[in-house]
Design a protein around this ligand. Structure first.
Ligand code: SAH
Ligand code: SF4
Ligand code: F3S
Length: 454
C-alpha cells in the first residue's frame, strides 16, 4: 500500500468528552497518511478503541468489543490493525495484548501524536507496540495546530490531568498530573475552529477550572485563569458561545463566578460535580470541600446569572455511606435543583484507596439508593425542561432531525431542541418558541425563519 491509497479508519469512543476530543485529534494525525473515516469496523483497515477506565463496566465493555473485533480481523485475513487507546490502555498497558492477542497497538492518552509512526511500524509487524509514557506537552506540541471542524459546536482541550486524587477515581493515574496548555496555542486552535463556522466551544479539562495556562507571549508575565481565558475567547469573532467542563468545586474562583454574570458569551450552564451531600463522605472521598461550601458556590453562580442551569455528578454507595449520608445527598439535590445530573453506583477501582476501605456497601443498597436519587433527578430535569415552554430561546442549529423537514439544535442551557425548518439553517442561531418538553429534549417552532439572529 502506498501513502496515497485511501485507508479506512474506524474509531470507537468511550468515556468522557476528553476522549471525544482525543478521537478527533487522532483522526487529524492520521488524515495525512490517507486514513478516512468509515462507518463500520468490519471494513476498516485500522480500528481504534478509545477507552474509559472510570468504572468496572466501562473497562469490561472494551474486552467484549475486542472479542468481536478479533472475529472481524480473522475474516479480513488478518489485514485489520487493532489499536487500544485511552484510559484502559494507560491503566492496563501490555496486559491488554496478553488478554487479547488480536490487539496490535496499545497507546495511552499522551501518545496520540505517535500514532502514525506506531501504525507504520505495526504494519511491518515489528518494533514498539506499547506507548504509555506521560509527555503531555510534547503531545500538544506535536499535534497539528489546525483542526478540521465538524459542525458548529466543538470541544477544545485546554487542560489535562488531575492532581486531586479523589479516593475513588482512576483519572490521576490514567491521565497524569494537571497541566495547562499555553493561551497562545489555545487561541490558534479556537480561531481555526471559528474560521470554519464553529460558534459554540466547550473548553475541556479533567479539572478545567484549575486552568493556569502560560499568558500570551506578547503580554508576558503571569499565567491566566479560566475566567480570563473565557473572557478573552469571547472576543474572538464568530465564537458566540463558550462552555467549560468539568470543574471542581475547589477551583471555582470568584472571577469565574462573576464572568457568568458579565460575559454573555459564557453560556448559562455549569456542570460542577459534588459526588455526595454528606461531609463525612466528602471527607472520605478526599474532595477537599464541604457540602455547605458547594452550596455557597451554587448560590453565587445563581446570583450572578439567575437563569443558570446547574449540573452535577453523584456517586452512591461509597464505602461507609450510611442512610443518613445518602439522605444528605438527597437534601442537597433538593436544595440545588438541577437541570441535569449523572449518577453512578460506586465501582471499586484497582489501585485506588477507596477500593480497600472498610464498609463497602452491598449491591442491593447501592441499587436502591441509585433508583431513589435518579427518580428525583429525573423529576428535576423534566421540571426544568418544562419551565422553558412558552419562552423563545436562541437555538444553535446543529443538524437535521430524524424526520424530513426537521432540524435540531442546542439551547443556551445545553438542551437539545427539535423543530421544523430548512437544513440551510444549520450553523445559525435562530429564535425558537418552545412548545413542548420531555425528559431529554424540547420541541418548538420557528416563529419566522427570517428571524435568524445572526
Ligand atoms: N474530573 C471530573 C470527572 C471525573 S469522572 C470531576 O472531578 O468531577 C466522571 C464521574 O465519574 C465523576 O464525577 C464521578 O461521579 C464518576 N466516578 C468516578 N470514579 C468512579 C467510581 N470509582 N465509581 C463510580 N463512579 C465514579
Ligand atoms: Fe477524579 Fe477527583 Fe480528579 Fe475528578 S477531581 S478527575 S473525580 S480525582
Ligand atoms: Fe474515562 Fe479516562 Fe475520561 S477514565 S471518564 S475516559 S479521563
Amino acid at each position: 500500500m502506498t501513502e496515497t491509497t485511501p485507508k479506512r479508519l474506524f474509531i470507537k469512543t468511550y468515556g468522557c468528552q476528553m476522549n471525544v476530543y482525543d478521537s478527533e485529534r487522532m483522526r487529524d494525525v492520521l488524515r495525512p497518511l490517507g486514513y478516512a473515516a468509515t462507518e463500520t469496523p468490519s471494513d476498516a483497515d485500522l480500528v481504534v478503541l478509545n477507552t474509559c477506565h472510570i468504572r468496572e463496566k466501562a473497562t469490561e465493555k472494551v474486552y467484549s468489543e475486542l472479542g468481536q473485533l478479533k472475529k472481524m480481523k480473522q475474516a479480513s485475513g488478518g489485514k485489520m490493525t487493532i489499536a487500544v487507546a485511552g484510559c484502559v490502555a494507560q491503566a492496563e498497558g501490555a496486559e491488554i495484548m496478553r488478554r487479547q492477542p488480536a490487539v496490535d497497538l496499545v497507546l495511552g492518552p499522551q501518545a496520540y501524536h505517535k500514532l502514525p509512526e506506531m501504525v507504520a511500524r505495526a504494519s511491518r509487524a515489528a518494533g514498539d507496540r506499547l506507548e504509555t509514557e506521560f509527555e503531555t506537552l510534547e503531545k500538544f506540541d506535536a499535534l497539528p495546530k489546525a483542526r478540521e471542524a465538524d459542525g458548529p459546536t466543538a470541544f477544545l482541550s485546554v487542560q489535562e490531568g488531575c492532581d486531586k486524587f479523589c479516593t475513588f477515581c482512576v483519572v490521576p493515574y490514567t491521565r497524569g498530573a494537571e497541566l495547562s496548555r499555553p493561551v497562545d496555542d489555545i487561541m490558534v486552535e479556537a480561531r481555526s475552529l471559528a474560521s470554519q463556522g464553529v460558534r459554540d466551544i466547550s473548553l475541556l479539562g479533567q479539572n478545567v477550572n484549575a486552568f493556569h495556562g502560560a499568558a500570551p507571549a506578547i503580554e508576558g508575565g503571569e499565567e491566566w485563569t479560566l475566567g480570563r481565558l473565557a473572557r478573552h475567547l469571547a472576543k474572538v469573532g464568530g465564537i458566540d458561545r463558550i462552555r467549560y467542563t468539568t470543574s471542581h468545586p475547589r477551583d471555582m474562583d470568584d472571577d469565574l463566578v462573576a464572568a457568568h454574570g458579565d460575559t454573555p458569551e459564557i453560556m448559562p450552564f455549569l456542570h460542577l460535580p459534588v459526588q455526595s451531600g454528606s461531609d463525612t463522605i466528602l471527607k472520605a472521598m478526599n474532595r477537599g470541600h464541604t457540602a455547605e461550601r458547594y452550596l455557597e458556590i451554587m448560590r453565587g453562580v445563581r446570583a450572578a446569572r439567575p437563569d443558570i442551569a446547574l449540573a452535577s455528578d453523584f456517586i452512591v454507595g461509597f464505602p461507609g455511606e450510611r442512610d443518613e449520608d445518602f439522605e444528605a445527598t438527597m437534601d442537597l439535590v433538593r436544595e440545588v435543583n438541577y437541570s441535569i445530573a449523572y449518577s453512578f453506583k460506586y465501582s471499586p477501582r484497582p489501585g485506588t484507596p477507596a477500593a480497600d476501605m472498610f464498609g463497602q456497601v452491598p449491591e442491593e443498597v447501592k441499587d436502591e439508593r441509585l433508583q431513589r436519587l435518579q427518580a428525583l433527578l429525573r423529576e428535576q430535569q423534566t421540571t426544568f425542561n418544562a419551565s422553558k415552554i412558552g419562552e423563545t430561546l436562541p437555538v444553535l442549529v446543529t443538524g437535521r432531525g430524524r424526520m424530513d423537514g426537521q432540524i435540531h439544535g442546542r439551547s443556551p442551557y445545553m438542551q437539545s431542541v427539535h423543530f421544523d425548518g430548512p437544513a440551510a439553517l444549520i450553523g445559525e442561531i435562530v429564535n425558537v418558541r418552545i412548545e413542548g418538553a420531555s425528559l431529554n429534549s424540547l420541541s418548538g417552532v420557528l416563529p419566522d425563519a427570517s428571524e435568524a439572529a445572526a
